[in-house]
Design a protein around this ligand. Structure first.
Ligand code: PLP
Ligand code: ZN
Length: 388
């Protein structure tokens, strides 16, 4: 197997960078870098039928993954998660074609495993010995787990009220846990300062180019698992936005390789009423999002007051003809129970936010009940036992 990775490219000013050095953000404009591939070469080498014989994890798309040497892949079996038809919850909502992709079955019990498997693998390939990040929760546990597997030292900066499960998974996997009095944005400042002092590589969301490559594999899987078709709509709980922009990138790559056509799902970004910077920017029609003050929600993965990927999220949502909307914490709690009782899935609060959003999108007429709709359950509710 061979990766067709060519270089890194700025998503804002198109400046090009090497993918064989430890680059993070664009040196010209400070914006997000994306790995780019020779997609013609990749599609010539990899017929999508060949995927049938590959292992059921996200590295099955190796030709369009950013690691050059398969020996550098650090994997715990992440990805290729099931998509279930919501046989009971769908009709309860009046929907005939509703699906849930269950990311809760990933290693470390959330889809953060995808991003961190990719980022830690690339860090290993680049010879990086120490990594750091701020995290609202699940990213930290995933980072320290993959770092342990890779033999890389890891440092985490986390709000002191982050879920106990996330704190403990950092400790048990040998990461250095720094609890702080503040939000993930405050944690980010401390993480970057420590990185500068001690030469750590900071793997904050979208501030290094490779986590998005792990998360984009959700987009590849959604197509592959549905016989190379895409749903009419995807509802996604949006924090830093790596997942939504990653899927959007995957769709473009697959079209360039001739694997899918030009149909795109309407992408809906869901946030919490107490932390909705992307929803506010979407409604105001701005290119970027102002940071949200006093962010509050029971769903830790979307308690993210702002982020460097704002313009990418807003762009994907707008280009797709989708939208951005909020749900309340009470609705999140309510839908955790409703989905669990009807589908047997103990979904995370962020996943429950997508189910709550579905109700609003149907009642506002933004989605039709007979459309093919996919909810992303991004993690397991077992990491948030305090909410039950
Ligand atoms: C991090 C996280 C999110 C938000 O993901 P982004 O890609 O950063 O927007 C959603 N749900 C869970 C469970 C998370 O851990
Ligand atoms: Zn740039």
């Amino acid at each position: 197997m061979h990766s067709y990775l060519t270089n890194l490219e700025c998503t804002y000013c198109d400046a090009a960078y090497s993918a064989d050095e430890a680059n993070r953000l664009c040196a010209e404009c400070g914006k997000v870098l994306y790995p780019r591939y020779d997609l013609e070469g990749a599609s010539a080498a990899l017929d999508k039928e060949m995927l049938k014989d590959r292992p059921a994890n996200m590295w099955r798309y190796f030709e369009v993954m950013p690691v050059r040497d398969p020996a550098n892949v650090v994997t715990l079996g992440e990805g290729f998660t099931p998509i279930f038809k919501a046989e009971r919850f769908g009709p309860e909502m009046g929907c005939s074609d509703l699906y849930i992709k269950d990311e809760g079955v990933n290693p470390t019990a959330s889809f953060k495993a995808r991003g961190l498997s990719a980022a830690v693998s690339k860090a290993k390939e680049l010879g990086i010995a120490k990594i750091t990040m701020p995290s609202a929760g699940n990213a930290a546990g995933a980072m320290t787990a993959y770092a342990a597997k890779a033999g890389i030292e890891s440092f985490v900066f986390m709000p002191q009220d982050a879920p106990e499960s996330n704190q403990k998974e950092v400790v048990i996997t040998g990461g250095e846990l720094n609890l702080i009095d503040g939000l993930i944005s405050d944690a980010g400042v401390l993480s970057r300062a420590r990185a500068a002092e001690e030469g750590l590589f900071d793997v904050s969301t979208l501030q290094e180019p490779y986590r998005v490559e792990g998360k984009k594999t959700m987009g590849y899987e959604i197509a592959e698992q549905a016989g190379w078709t895409l749903p009419d709509a995807i509802i996604y709980p949006t924090g830093g936005g790596t997942g939504i922009v990653g899927m959007w990138k995957a769709f473009a790559e697959m079209e360039a390789m001739g694997w899918i056509g030009s149909h795109r799902p309407k992408m809906f970004a869901v946030q919490a009423e107490g932390c909705a910077p992307m929803v506010r920017a979407f409604e105001q029609g701005t290119e970027f999002a102002e940071p949200w003050q006093d962010a509050q929600t029971i769903a830790p993965g979307i308690r993210v007051p702002g982020g460097i990927g704002d313009y990418l999220i807003l762009n994907a949502v707008r280009e797709s003809g989708g939208g951005a909307l909020t749900v309340s914490d009470d609705e999140i709690r309510d839908y955790m129970g409703r989905v669990a009782r009807s589908e047997g899935m103990f979904i995370c609060p962020e996943g429950a936010a997508t189910a709550a959003a579905l109700e609003k999108l149907l009642s506002d007429g933004l989605l039709d009940p007979d459309e093919n709709i996919l909810l992303l359950n991004t993690g397991s509710g077992l990491k948030n036992l305090d909410l039950v």
